[in-house]
Design a binder for this molecule. Sequence first.
Ligand code: KG4
Ligand code: ZN
Length: 336
Amino acid sequence: MLILGIESSCDETAASVCEFTEQGEKRILSSAVASQIEIHRLYGGVVPEIAGRAHSEAICPIVTEALESAGKTIDDIDAIGVTSCPGLIGALLVGVSFAKSLAFSTGKPLVPVNHIKGHIAANYFVYPELKPPFLAIVVSGGHTSIIDVRSYTDFVTIGRTRDDAAGEAFDKVGRVMGLYYPCGAEMDKLASIGDKSAYKFPSAAIGDDTLDFSFSGMKTAVLNTLNTLAQKNESYKKEDIAASFTDAFTSSVCKKLDQALKRTGYKTLVLAGGVSANSHLRSAVTELCAKRKVTFCCPPLSLCGDNGAMIASQAYYEFLDGNLADTDLNASAVAE
Ligand code: KG4
Ligand code: ZN
């Protein structure tokens, strides 16, 4: 079957046509993304109203591009998947309203998709042998959650951030050092050439009896260090801050993942979301999994950030489970 996946939860308008065969093969036929990064860069972060307006402009051309580059027309599509939660409400509503209209006018089934589940489902394209149950962590600009993936559609969040998301912390620290939004990729490069022992930042892995994180303390410690250095008129190396912050970040994540693996007993771990592109995180989690004899999966860089294929992938399993929506589908800023 062919699924059109539509994503508009934050600052990327994306659409993709994917094919799912009865033999279990999954293929991405097209993946079109209109990024709003240049627009939001001026403000140092995503401005929700501007995001909604930019999605509205981009959605028709992006869906058309996805269909055309897959060599398909809307008549070939068997179901329409759309991100309905969580995310910026004005942004989500554009994709949801568009997908509802398309489903209404064509009579195609409409499949609502949870964005976080979509990030995890991106992995099914590259790991055909990956099957629930398994442990997953989604680290992105808006979310940081450790998830017990019980089946393709049944997920239980067993740990989450109590304040900032991981990507948000990367972006804020980078912004204070004068990097351009979104700062994650640049922070990653700087960290590779910096001294990770230059500064000691607090862990985001709070307590031993919880799988929750708190990134605000770690972020504030970095910002205080930068303020103190500025007040004393002392210079610093951006790469040392980036390396020390990244080290505190990766060891916090690894500590909680180690706890979660022990608690659940799972032997497969999936890393997903925009921050899963971080090279230091990928190698630290690879090492942890090797030590624990756990199979490690994480998507290629092209599928780490927001895209339509991950939504089509999750929509496929929701469709098989009969989780369809009527035309009264609404978007929700929080996970449902
Ligand atoms: O998943 P995503 O594209 O959007 C949300 O759903 O939030 O994640 C975007 C986030 C941004 O905060 C960006 O700075 C971060 O992912 N990011 C990274 C890297 N590449 C992107 N963070 C750390 N290291 C990277 N290499
Ligand atoms: Zn995302």
